[in-house]
Every structure is written in C-alpha cells, then in structure tokens.
Design a protein around this ligand. Sequence first.
Ligand SMILES: *[C@@H]1O[C@H](CO)[C@@H](O)[C@H](O)[C@H]1NC(C)=O
Length: 198
Amino acid sequence: MWKILFLIHAGLAGVWAADYELLLEDPDIFARCTEAPPGTIFFRDAINFDKLSVEQEPNTLHVSGNATTTWDLEPTDRIAAKFALFQYQRGNWEPTVFTMATQDFCSIMYDKDQYWYKYWTVHITNRNEVEQHCIKKAGTVLIHEPFVMRLILRNIRGATLQGRYKTVISFEAFDEKNVPRGPGVCFEIRGEAEKLKN
Ligand SMILES: *[C@@H]1O[C@H](CO)[C@@H](O)[C@H](O)[C@H]1NC(C)=O
C-alpha cells in the first residue's frame, strides 16, 4: 500500500538515474515514529488493520483484506499528508532532500496521476464510500483487493543511496479555520536501501 511513498522524482542535475529498493528491517512494516511531537497518534491507532493481511517478505508485501478507520474527524476537516526520507548516519537520522507533501490528501486520493492512487487507493474497491468519507469518519471500511507491493524509490538522480533509511509518513488534520484538529498521525518504515539492476 505504501509503495507510492517511495517513488520520488528528484529534480537534481545529473545524467544517472537509478532505482532503489528498501529491504524492510522490522517484522511489522508500520513502526512508531521515534521523533514525532508528543501526543502523536500511531498509525495503527487511527486505522485498524486487524482484518488486513500484510504478508511480508524482505522486498515484497502481499496485501489483502479490510482496514477500518478509527480517526474521528469532522467532514469539513482537511488532512495534510507528508512523506520524508531520512538516512541513518553516525547514530542519527538525518533528513534528505527526498520529501513529498500534499495539503489536501482527501481531494487527491483518487486522482489517477497521484502515487497515492497508483499504489494504494486503486486497490480499494469500495471507492464511492471511501471517496465520500476519506479517512475522516470513524468506522469507514477500506476494502482492498489482494495486491503486491514493492518498496521502490524510482529515478533517483544526483545521489547514491546506501545503508539504512527510514521514511516517515505523517497526516495532520485541520479544521475550517486551519487550526490543527488534535495531534497528527504518523508511522515510519525502516530498511536497507539496495540498488536495483536495470
Ligand atoms: C471485508 O469487507 C467485506 C464487505 O463487508 C466482506 O465481504 C469481506 O469478507 C471482508 N474481508 C475480510 C478479510 O474481513
């Protein structure tokens, strides 16, 4: 479901472009964010994955089943979403240039040109309901057809990825006056970057 998050177009100069794959290091793909602001909600506490099956091989995820939202927002709220890649260096997680953000996740989650769609929401079969409630109404079921996902960072230019990386994926809700609606939701995925042969 999260392959989308690893597809990054880097606008850096350079002739060479390479694809990388993230080999997962945790038994659970969703890890708690270690540097999130206090009170941040863990992703698994905002969306219930008990009925979603994610079978994990080092470089492939087999996903199927249902997820149920428990995040309880107002229909008029806006959800901002962000992806950021960090590299583990000398004992610290250092930011990289690879980030991606959308100010209104719900308006683009079914946009065909968006990675969110290509790699996740296209596999949600009850589109009408999900499009209506997004992930704002507690109890909304996201029904997934079975699909396979690889965590691939595509077309990386001007940088060589080597070693340990983590991606931090966070969501933040805002009310009509743009005031944050309680704490945000976050998870991270940690792994080893491996260059793919073209
Ligand atoms: C997912 O939800 C659909 C519709 O309610 C149901 O038919 C299906 O059995 C559910 N799948 C799982 C794995 O719970």
